[in-house]
Design a protein around this ligand. Structure first.
Ligand SMILES: [Zn+2]
Length: 145
């Protein structure tokens, strides 16, 4: 189990420049991990440009001689990390939209209140679909570089 989890990146929170630092790191990690998934050394760099000479030598060749295949299956972390990573849009534990996974609210009509656990609730057992999550909880800017 321990051999299935790898630390890929570490940085002090005080070293982050807003969300930009994580965007750059995640783009590079995605490029690299996609190559591991495909099992082939990339032919272009992370920005779609020519590789430096030492990487051009292996471009297009198999990464390993065995049939290993790597795949990202989970991004683990506590709520503080997930809030920083996903930049949940206009949600806060102390705000009106206080849940990142559904439409429960801290104020407003009875149907939407997070303490309404009755059948009249508009959010119980109605977590977002992937598409709803992306549309309602991810920020409308700064996703791609
Ligand atoms: Zn919720």
């Amino acid at each position: 189990m321990r051999a299935s989890r790898f630390l890929l990146f570490s940085i002090g929170e005080h070293e982050l420049w807003h969300y930009h630092t994580l965007s750059v790191v995640l783009r590079t990690l995605t490029w690299s991990l996609n190559a591991l998934f495909e099992g082939v050394h990339p032919t272009l760099d992370v920005h779609g440009k020519s590789l430096p000479p030492h990487l051009q030598k292996v471009a297009g060749t198999l990464i390993t001689s065995t049939a290993l295949c790597f795949c990202v299956t989970e991004i683990r972390g506590d709520w503080s990390w997930h809030k920083k990573l996903w930049r949940f849009w206009k949600t806060s534990w102390v705000g009106k939209k206080m849940c990142h996974w559904c439409r429960a609210e801290s104020t407003g009509c009875w149907e939407g209140l997070y303490w309404n656990l009755t059948e009249s609730s508009s959010w119980v057992d109605k977590e977002f679909t992937l598409e709803e999550f992306m549309e309602e909880r991810l920020p409308p800017y700064g996703i791609c570089i």
